[in-house]
Write a protein of this length. Sequence first.
Length: 234
Amino acid sequence: MTPRLELRSVAKSFTMHRRGGLHLPVVADLSFSVAPGECVVLGGPSGIGKSSILKMVYGNYAVDRGEILVANDNTVIDVASAGPRAVLAARQTTIGYVSQFLRVVPRVAARDIVAEPLAAAGVERSLARDRAEVLLRRLNLPERLWQLPPATFSGGEQQRVNVARGFICGRPLMLLDEPTASLDAANRQVVIDLIGEAKAAGTSFLGIFHDEEVRDAVADRIVDVARFAVPSAS
């Protein structure tokens, strides 16, 4: 079976230009794959580079060397070497991302924020809104909040909007950066169920979960990022 995601000998470092060009290595020779219907969790202590790996796969961070291969249907894109247009196209068809924080245009209603990715994919707006309402209801966001912008919501309410927005399109590869960090037990279970249902339909997940209960419920494998970390010079 062709992996949905495959990282081959990826290396990443940062150069701190405001600190005299200080070179900070992050990972080297990072190699692993994620199969269709599999959830792979990135493990290791805070600051080891887990979020940086997600951002490399999503195309937000460049890599020093290596390949990041993402497959969908009969096409494969190397995110590490692809141009901006190809990366954006992959995000529209293949790669979804639920970050730790909701970043949206101010004054836009929560329901429209959730519906927007589906509408942008060509789904009629009223149908996209209907799907958004299903997800918001499932994530226990009160209906009275649907028409309000999330800027004044609590952290947990904002994260429920964030999760709904990330899941609405059903991308084949989902990147999850602590999606349950600010959620209560009931809504953590909803996210666990959403992941399980998507895995059963063939969706692949690469995620970070500091909540052990959630991690144990969703992970098929754990990749220890510390194995690939590069020690900083003292």
